[in-house]
Design a protein around this ligand. Structure first.
Ligand SMILES: *Cc1c(COP(=O)(O)O)cnc(C)c1O
Length: 463
């Protein structure tokens, strides 16, 4: 299995190289040269297998010769043993024909753990074999940072630097990043929004001298291994609900489009899917792009679902590449224009491809609040604001037909301030979050300035 860049300007590489590189050197994103496929029988068989076993099958399909089947099995077994539910990502029934897929049973209470627990084990294994160390730099809108810190803390092969937007993440999200005292971890609180953080990180990857000097690597959702790990729960959830005989609709609360693209990957690998609903908060660039074919950046606004306060959805480039029939020059031109002008109109063929498979729904702040209250009143279940954006979008879908699965991306304990007034405080508590309150926090405040960030990282990598 080899990987190619969406912009066509990089030589094909192995899974190992894709894992360690993150972004392709031509500025594109890596995708598999061809999609591995599962048969209908294999997919039906996933219903009776443990989550880790299905994850190992998917990982092996993408890792090719880089990892043996046994290695995939042991890495996945260890990764998902950190989850506090035997199914790792359990399905719960919301109302008739509507389900929530709880992806937040990992150590930092958000779905980022699903990929990051596996990724850290992949890095450590491959770097130990090569006898190398490197520096991972990641921008976070809240949950990636905590999941990465928890997964990589204490690693002997990886130094980790996290950039997060100052004051735009919840207290619990921040504490998951800033309370671990491990020397291989550094947190930068950036005076800016998530898009500023992400732009700085992308700039670091474009600086060849810097990239070599600190041996830079990335675990943002541009990293292919994350997408691969996230495609697993589409298979397990759909198989549990009767796939492949019965197709399923998925509703995905979306920011960077990584999770939604992982659903598309599962479909490319043979999972019959009725539709993927891309649910956004009022940062609705993706909902607009899917509606009118124009991908145009707006001003990022702060909402109660901060992990989705994103105007530039990196992984959208992977979908555009697919939708253009893998035409790399046209993809490169589109995203170069978007980088320059902040807007691009997608060709008709790409719009049709997307309209057949996706539907965008933007959910307002008032609707998010009302949805949290309504779910609480009708089921005594507290949901977090990201999940609420998904549930609100799911209520707009016609009832008939395939089961609807909304991805529940974070525990309500990460966002206690959004719980309705009639919910008791215990409903928004979790022992893992409570254990962090009052612990000393470590972080460095920096301006949204790439040179300042570079200087910090060079120093950190030398230490
Ligand atoms: C990261 C995140 C999202 C958005 O996922 P993308 O892959 O960026 O689209 C949604 N909800 C929560 C809680 C998250 O942490």
């Amino acid at each position: 299995m080899r990987y190619i860049s969406t912009r066509g300007g990089a030589a094909p590489v192995t899974f190992e190289d894709v894992l360690l590189a993150g972004l392709a050197p031509d500025g594109g994103l890596y995708v598999p040269e061809a999609w591995p496929r599962f048969t209908a029988d294999e997919i039906a068989g996933f219903a009776s297998q443990p989550y880790a076993a299905v994850a190992a099958r998917v990982l092996k399909a993408f890792a090719g010769d880089t990892l043996s089947a046994e290695a995939c099995e042991s890495l996945c077994r260890e990764a998902y043993a950190t989850f506090d539910h035997p199914a790792a990502t359990p399905l719960v029934e919301l109302d008739a024909n509507r389900w929530m897929l709880e992806l937040f049973r990992g150590p930092t209470l958000a779905f980022k753990d699903v990929a990051m627990q596996l990724l850290a084990r992949l890095y450590d294994r491959i770097l130990a074999q090569r006898g190398e160390t490197l520096t991972i730099v990641a921008a976070t809108s809240g949950d990636t940072g905590g999941a990465a810190v928890e997964a990589f803390r204490g690693s002997r092969h990886v130094r980790l630097v996290i950039l997060f937007p100052d004051g735009r993440i919840s207290d619990v999200q921040r504490r998951f990043m800033t309370t671990p005292a491990d020397a291989n971890i550094a947190c930068l609180s950036v005076a800016g929004d998530f898009d500023d953080c992400q732009a700085i990180v992308k700039g670091l990857f474009r600086d060849d001298d810097f990239r070599e000097a600190v041996r830079l690597s990335g675990v943002n959702s541009i990293n292919w291994a994350r997408i691969a790990a996230q495609s697993v729960y589409y298979f397990t959830a759909a198989a549990a609900l009767g796939a492949p005989q019965r197709p399923v609709r998925f509703v995905v609360p979306t920011g960077n489009f990584g999770d939604a693209f992982a659903g598309h990957v599962a479909a490319q690998m043979g999972l019959p899917m009725e539709q993927i609903v891309v649910a956004t908060n009022s940062n609705d660039i993706l909902a607009r792009a899917l509606r009118d074919g124009r991908y145009a950046r707006g001003e990022a606004v702060a909402t109660q679902s901060p992990a989705m306060d994103i105007q530039i959805a990196s992984n959208f480039e992977r979908l555009v590449f697919e939708a253009l029939g893998r035409d790399a020059p046209t993809t490169a031109a589109a995203f170069e224009q978007f980088a320059k002008t902040g807007a691009v109109t997608l060709p008709d063929a790409a719009r049709r491809y997307m309209a057949d498979r996706f539907r965008g729904e933007a959910v307002s702040e008032a609707e998010t609040t009302a949805t949290i209250a309504k779910v609480w009143q009708s089921s005594d279940r507290l949901i977090d604001p990201h999940t609420a954006v998904g549930v609100a979008a799911s209520w707009r879908l016609p009832d008939a037909g395939a089961p609807i699965v909304t991805l529940s991306t974070a525990s309500p304990a990460k966002f206690p301030e959004t719980a309705p007034a009639d919910a008791p405080p215990e409903a928004a508590r979790h022992r893992r979050a409570e254990a962090l309150a009052g612990l000393p926090e470590r972080m460095t405040r920096v301006p949204a300035d790439a040179d300042v960030v570079k200087a910090f990282i060079r120093e950190f990598a030398r230490a």
